[in-house]
Design a protein around this ligand. Structure first.
Ligand code: UTP
Length: 297
């Protein structure tokens, strides 16, 4: 397992690609972006931004597209709403987590959704020459009670090994063809060396059942590789293909997140996340458990 000799540059910036079409949630996502669909009472994007802040990330870069501006507005100060609530003696603290530090929310546009790799490349001028994090907000990562979030665990590992990191989880082998899959090398605790990466392989060609699950720490050199705009699986410009080219020239590791992951890009995963979070909430868990038991007969 490789480690960098000096302390790596800190991770200050995060890219949130949110320009996808969200077709699996139509008609809900015809006007409302998938990332603003609420899991209980917070939009999906809020969970990802909270996780970034917990990991010490300061600058949130949203790669948006047509009809997605509501995502950026969510992090504005809702002046009239807050004033009216305050006048009526209502508590506005529920809005605290939505207020961005001025200048720390940045939006860039991806005019045509050409793929995840292309979306990340659209943020190149803001990322500049720094390592950065990527969050796919529809992968909802929930820390264990009293534990750290996924990106915080990744940043801690990155401080030790530097280079590039992805979060991974194991799935039944017959499911790998929907995901990016790693070819694993040596493992130590939660960390595994990454020897190869392949996007949506057929089951017969999959190098493992460890899939990349929506969180990345990457070195800025990936932007130069994405600039070639090569098409991969599904005719899209794939982030996985550009990351694969970094292997060998820079350290590359995978971290198995100690916590729960919900695939909110799928309808069943979204319902599962909603139920799991509702059950874990002190303000409603008991009532939701009773309701679920009643529904299950
Ligand atoms: P998905 O594969 O989940 O696609 O993208 P999608 O468009 O969001 O949803 P479906 O499959 O049509 O239902 C994974 C992530 O990459 C972003 C998406 O917004 C999502 O966060 N993405 C994807 C882009 O920003 N641009 C793209 O060109 C493709």
């Amino acid at each position: 397992m490789s480690a960098t000799p000096s302390r790596p540059k800190p991770i200050r910036k995060a890219v949130f690609p949110v320009a996808g079409l969200g077709t699996r949630f139509l008609p809900a996502t015809k006007v409302v972006p998938k990332e603003l669909l609420p899991v209980v009472d917070r939009p999906l994007i809020q969970y990802a931004v909270d996780e970034a802040r917990e990991a010490g990330i300061e600058q949130m870069i949203f790669v948006t597209g047509r009809g997605k501006t509501g995502i950026v507005e969510h992090f504005d100060i809702a002046f009239e709403l807050e004033k009216t609530m305050a006048e009526r003696g209502r508590d506005t603290s529920v809005l605290d987590c939505t207020r961005a530090v001025p200048g720390d929310v940045i939006a860039v546009r991806q005019q045509v959704p050409l793929g995840l790799g292309h979306a990340i490349w659209c943020a190149r001028a803001i990322v500049g020459d720094e390592p950065f994090a990527i969050f796919l907000p529809d992968e909802l990562m929930v820390a264990r009670a009293g534990g750290s979030g996924c990106m915080k665990q990744m940043v801690e590992a990155y401080e030790e090994v530097g280079g590039n990191l992805v979060s991974v989880l194991e799935v039944p082998i017959e499911q790998v063809s929907s995901y990016g899959v790693i070819a694993p090398g040596e493992s130590r605790g939660k960390l595994t060396e990454v020897r190869g990466l392949v996007e949506k392989p057929p089951v017969s060609a999959a190098p493992s059942n460890k899939i990349v699950s929506g969180r990345y720490i990457l070195q800025p050199e990936v932007m130069g590789l994405l600039a070639a705009q090569e098409r991969g699986a599904g005719g899209e410009i794939q982030l996985t293909d550009a990351m694969a080219k970094l292997i060998g020239s820079q350290p590359f590791h995978a971290l198995t997140f100690d916590g729960a992951r919900y695939d909110c890009g799928s309808k069943v995963g979204f319902v599962e996340a909603t139920l799991a979070i509702a059950l874990s909430r002190p303000d409603m868990g008991e009532a939701v458990r009773a309701m679920a038991q009643r529904l299950l007969g």
